[in-house]
Every structure is written in C-alpha cells, then in structure tokens.
Design a protein around this ligand. Structure first.
Ligand code: 0RQ
Length: 504
C-alpha cells in the first residue's frame, strides 16, 4: 500500500490499471491530467489502449474522446492514438502517433486556446465528461488531491467529470506539496465571475490541494513512473543568434525607457530556441526578473538557481531528465519561488494584459505582412496546435515570434508572401525574429512591415524573390493597403508540394 495515500476511504479504492481501464465504456469522454509531458497518468492510458484493442479485435466499436491540459507523452497520446480509437482530441498535442491519427483523418482534433479550455468545459460547449483520470503526488487524510508536476485542467476535470480515477505517482516528489495554487472562484459562470486577485506573478490566491467528491472516485492506481522528460538539443548557432537578437531588442527597450531594468514578467514557449533565450538571459545584464508563463523549462530553473529570476509562475514543468532529477531532489527549495496554477489562471488574458507579460513563442512561418502560422504545414497538416501562444500573444506587452529563417535544409522559407494558415493575425504580432535579424513591427502599416520583415528576417536566398513578389503584387492588387496577387500568394507552398522546394 502506498504511503502517499493518507485517506482510509481511498486506500480501499486501490486497484490495478487494468481493472480501472475495464470500467470505461465505448463513447466516453475522458479528461486526462498532463501538460507538456508533465503530470499525466502513466499506466491507465496504456491499460485503456489494451481494452480498446481487445474490443476492436472482437469486431466491436470502441472510441473515446481525449481531453487533456496540453501535450502528454507516448504512454498517453501515443498509446491511445495507435488504437485508432480516439474519436476527438483537444486542446494541444505534440505526439507523433496522435499527429498521424489527426492527419490521416482518424481523429477529429479541436485546437482550442489553452485559456479557453476550462471555461468551454464549464460552459458545456464540449458536452459531458464521463471520466477524469488525474495524476497526484499524494492524497491527504481528508481525501484531497495533492497535484504533481502539472496542474493544467485538473481542477476543472475533477469538478466536471461524472467519475474520477486517480493515479498516485510515487516518482513525483512529496515536496511538491505547497508549490501549487488552486484558485477555485475562476470556475464561476457569468454573472458570478469576479476579477482574479493576482497582482504579482508570485502571488498565492488559492488552495494547495484539489478538492474532490469522494463518491465520484471509482479507482485509485499506484504508480512509480517518470514524466516524459526529453533532453534539449545542444544550443546551435541559429538558436544563439535568435536569442541574442531578442535580448538586444529588450536591452534597447530598457534604454528607451519603455521597459523597467528588470523587464516585465516573461513568457517563453517550449523548445530549443526558447531555452536558448533563457540561457542568454543567464549571461545577460538583467537582474530580479520575474516570469508569468505556462511551462517551466531547464533554462528557467537555471535562472532561478542563479538568482537572476526571483519567481516563476506556470501551470507545468517541461524539464530534461537531469533538471527533473534536480527538481525532485530540491522541490522544497523551489516551491518558495515556483507557483503552479490551473491553466485558465496561468494563461488568463486579463492577467497577462494587466501584468504586461513579454511573450515569446515559436512559429512555423510568418508572412511579409506579419501574420503568423504556428500550427499548419503546407495548408492542411497539423503540427502541434496553438497551445498557449494565442493567450500570450494577443494580450502581451510585447508579442514576439521566433523561428530559423528556413526549414528542411533551406527548401522552405519561413518568411513567405502569405501564410498557409493564420493563428496570430497581423493585429497581434509585434516582433518577428530569425537568426538573420529582428523586425520591429510596432507602429507600422502592412506595406512598411513587408520591408522590415524581408530585409531583417528573410534568408538571403529568399530575399530577392520576396522583394519581387512585393513589386508584382502591387501591380496586381485591388488595393494598396495589403497588396496581394491572390493567384500566386500561396505559390511558394504549391511549388514545395510539387517539387520539394520553395526555390524557383
Ligand atoms: O519538422 O519535426 O519533421 O523535423 O516543423 O520545427 O524547427 O523543430 O521548431 O520545435 O521550435 O517548433 C511552431 C511547431 C515550432 C512550436 C512550433 C518543421 C520543422 C520540424 C518543428 P520535423 P522546429 P520547434 C507554449 C506556447 C505552437 C504552440 C506554442 C509550436 C517541425 O513552437 O508548436 O507556441 N508552437 N505554445 O522542419 C514547414 C515551415 C516549417 C516547418 C518548421 N515553415 N514549413 N515545416 N517546420 N518550419 C507551449 C504550449 O502551449 C504548451
């Protein structure tokens, strides 16, 4: 029996993952914990995949809807996607097998802003939730859940679901207790919604544990499995150049008096470039930094260790194995400086706007007028999803996007005449950064933006073709505000699909 379960009632509900999975019925919607590979249930989804496969082998239909906080791991998204039994998936994923299920048309995917997921569930927009399966680092004597390495959608799913299964994971540090801040009033519906009383990134405004109705709990599973902690790639020259361009820009903002010396709360997306930006901050001139973001990755933990970052607010970790080990060993120390919140608080538009968050996210491509595509490859294929990038971009003090100027060995320009899908419109995007340079779009009209984006950000191989497009579009366009030649605007993508390169 696990020493992490302090409630007698819940001790009596311990069962195997297989027995728990056998309780699921065809057609159920299941809300799983998990955000960027942290705090997702590890054994139940694999057991559920076996149940689905066995039903399919018998020739029976068995499909489930899969709701999460954000991306999970091969044991959850991967295992379930491979069954072909996921009918619906929301809101963010990055698993190769789930991506395949979506792009082959097996799974319907709804790419919802992460801050919208909880309100949409409570508003009833996504239908009923039959089951919540949530990882915990423990259950206290009163039957409350002590969260693990992510909070994400857990509070919402535990409240909204008809049934609950808890995975108590002994791999997670017990010292995570006290790191979480579960703010309940945010679940209220209009007209009972009230302002969120969060003034500084590190403020604690809620509970340390999540309350549940014990009668809804149909099973408790005990596990001892690590999170999906992927190592970061070593920093390459492009990532370093992109990071330096952003840091120079921020230094100049301080010089111009538009930002205080310790900047404003930072949000940084996931991935290697974001980590390079954080590494750059470690060597940079800024002190007493704060962060109001959704994921805490290695670079942020290093910044906390160095004392350059005083506090980090997020909803989850996204750590390398080495940093996860460090976190597990030292959670009691880190919980003084780290707050993990539900994703509808970490990503709340009003809070982000009021705190003045500096947003920096990755993108697939941008067009010459400043529209950004974060999600689609060549018009139709889903990569990951919008995640929290929209929450932070529209509401940030400064909203920036980073990408290498080319992809696939130079066959693709990440600066194109027209994006093949728009996630972030020209109205929201203020700064675009590649290894070539930085385009500051603030105060510029579309035709002015085209000039700085092409000259500062495009790869030398694509600069002249982009300049030619601008000239040609001006002769064909039916207006000179955002001149386009609709017949050729997506021609570069078409050429890539037909020939394997955007180069003429
Ligand atoms: O393809 O996987 O086949 O190698 O796209 O590109 O360069 O590895 O970049 O991992 O930083 O991801 C936008 C996807 C960038 C990410 C995106 C191909 C490229 C590669 C991945 P391969 P990289 P990254 C916080 C905020 C949305 C969510 C978000 C993302 C693959 O940043 O998901 O911001 N953002 N959330 O070759 C065709 C192009 C391409 C291209 C790159 N122009 N055309 N393919 N690729 N550029 C986190 C959360 O919200 C949880």
């Amino acid at each position: 029996m696990s020493g992490r379960i302090h409630s007698e009632l819940f001790k009596s509900k311990v069962m195997s993952a297989q027995d728990a999975a056998a309780l699921v019925q065809n057609g159920w919607n299941i809300g799983f914990s998990g955000f960027t590979g942290a705090g997702y249930p590890k054994e139940f989804p694999v057991a559920l995949a076996d149940v689905i496969n066995a039903a399919h082998d018998r020739g029976e239909e068995f499909k489930v809807g899969v709701w999460t906080g954000a991306s999970t791991a091969p044991e959850l998204d991967g295992a379930l996607a491979r069954t072909g039994g996921v009918s619906y998936r929301a809101p963010y994923q990055s698993d190769p097998d789930m991506r395949k299920a979506i792009n082959t048309g097996v799974t319907y995917y709804q790419d919802i802003h992460l801050s919208h997921m909880a309100p949409q569930v409570f508003q009833g927009f996504l239908g009923p939730l039959d089951l919540a399966v949530v990882e915990a680092s423990g259950i206290d004597a009163d039957g409350n859940i002590i969260p693990s390495s992510s909070v994400g959608m857990n509070r919402t799913y535990l409240e909204y679901a008809k049934h609950i299964i808890i995975e108590v994971n002994e791999w997670q540090s017990e010292d995570l207790f006290g790191m979480h801040d579960i703010y309940y009033p945010i679940g209220a519906l209009p007209p009972r919604r009230a302002p969120i009383p969060l003034i500084n990134p590190g403020d604690r405004i809620g509970d340390q544990v999540m309350r549940i109705k014990s009668e809804k709990v149909i099973g408790v599973i005990v596990t001892d499995d690590p999170d999906r902690n992927s190592p970061f790639k070593p920093l390459d020259d492009d990532s370093r150049a992109i990071a330096n361009n952003l840091l120079d820009f921020l230094s100049n903002e301080v010089k111009q008096g538009r930002l205080p010396k310790n900047l404003l709360p930072l949000q940084s997306g996931v991935g290697n470039i974001a980590n390079a930006v954080l590494a750059g901050l470690l060597d940079g001139p800024f002190e007493r930094l704060t962060s109001y973001t959704e994921v805490i990755q290695d670079g942020m933990v290093d910044l906390l260790d160095s004392g350059k970052l005083t506090v980090a607010s997020a909803t989850a970790f996204s750590l390398s194995p080495e940093a996860a080990h460090r976190m597990n060993e030292n959670a009691a120390k880190y919980r003084e400086k780290i707050v993990l919140r539900p994703q509808d608080v970490s990503n709340h538009p009003e809070v982000i706007r009021r705190l003045g968050v500096i947003a920096c996210n990755g993108m697939i491509e941008a067009d010459i007028y400043g529209n950004v595509n974060s999600t689609h490859v060549m018009g139709s294929r889903m990569q990951n999803g919008i995640g929290g990038s929209g929450d932070f971009t529209r509401n940030g003090w400064i909203s920036s996007f980073v990408t290498p100027s080319t992809a696939k060995g130079g066959a693709i320009s990440c600066i194109v005449p027209m994006v093949n899908h728009v996630d972030h419109t020209e109205h929201d995007v203020q700064v675009i950064i590649t290894e070539q340079g930085l385009a500051d779009l603030r105060g510029l009209a579309p035709r002015q933006r085209a000039q700085v984006i092409i000259e500062n950000c495009a790869h030398p191989d694509y600069k002249e073709p982009l300049r030619e497009y601008v000239k040609f579009a001006a002769t064909k366009a039916n207006g000179q505000h955002t001149p386009h030649d609709l017949a050729t605007a997506l021609g570069w993508h078409v050429r890539f699909l037909e020939t394997g390169t955007m180069q003429a």
